[in-house]
Design a protein around this ligand. Sequence first.
Ligand code: SF4
Length: 338
Amino acid sequence: MTALLDPPATDILRIAREQVLERGTGLSEQQVLACLQLPDDRLTELLQLAHEVRMRHCGPEVEVEGIVSLKTGGCPEDCHFCSQSGLFSSPVRAAWLDIPSLVKAAVETRATGATEFCIVAAVRGPDATLMAQVRAGVAAIREAVDIQVACSLGMLTQDQVDDLADMGVHRYNHNLETARSHFPNVVTTHSWEERWSTLEMVRDAGMEVCCGGILGMGETLEQRAEFAAQLAGLGPDEVPLNFLNPRPGTPFGDLPVLAAPEALRAIAAFRLALPRTILRFAGGREITLGDLAVDGMLGGINAVIVGNYLTTLGRPATADLEMLADLQMPIKALGQTL
Ligand code: SF4
């Protein structure tokens, strides 16, 4: 009787249990696709396995990060999801933050227990003025507070990569955003390959690589699996997972919000493709998952962004910190490796 209830040897979750949980080898593109195609009545099982993988290969700690926008809006690129593009009619205005405000944000972020502070600028890539601002900002933050500084400044030249490494920036974020095959439907002003080449330079310079994307931008399940496999090929230290929050005035403003079960399946499938990576809840979580965010935390996620995102409100930091306390997941301490 029991044999009838056991999943067949070809069942993807049975395979994943042996391959990913026991041996630590991430799922292939086709295997990720099989997970994304699982019916709703197997979602709980999928999430449980992804959680076991996260606990076995990463541990119970959660990495907490705050982000701040050094330069907002007015970007010359046309990423169709982004309200910071100057090419759309979205209401985000161009603005710069001064260094004292940057330092204040870093201090407040550290006070939440966060160990990461990411400086973000809405640009194609930094110019000399922005690089000088970042250098001054990073030095002022390091003087004021003990927190690791990351940057997200768009596409870089080799000299800029070297400069950032020299400043002590320990992690660089640059998202591939979506599968290579879907990218031309999302961005036309630069290529996926240009993004990839920045990521390679960052990795080769010894900085940690943070690279993720946005799900729910009209990609097929096949393309979602393709994206997971491409990220696994890059081997990033961190993958921020965003869900499209359709912003008024952008070309993707009318796309539907991803259904919660689909988002949860994707979280778990990405964890099974990337067993040791820091998998971070980023933007769009509130609108996509609401209170089901807890299921994501118990389905492979092991990092969060506290406070507000760049152009939309998140939740108060205390709400997330309470959620982690309820789940008995400790916040990663400074200097601790996940
Ligand atoms: S995602 Fe980045 S590069 Fe693209 S429009 Fe927005 S700020 Fe510019």
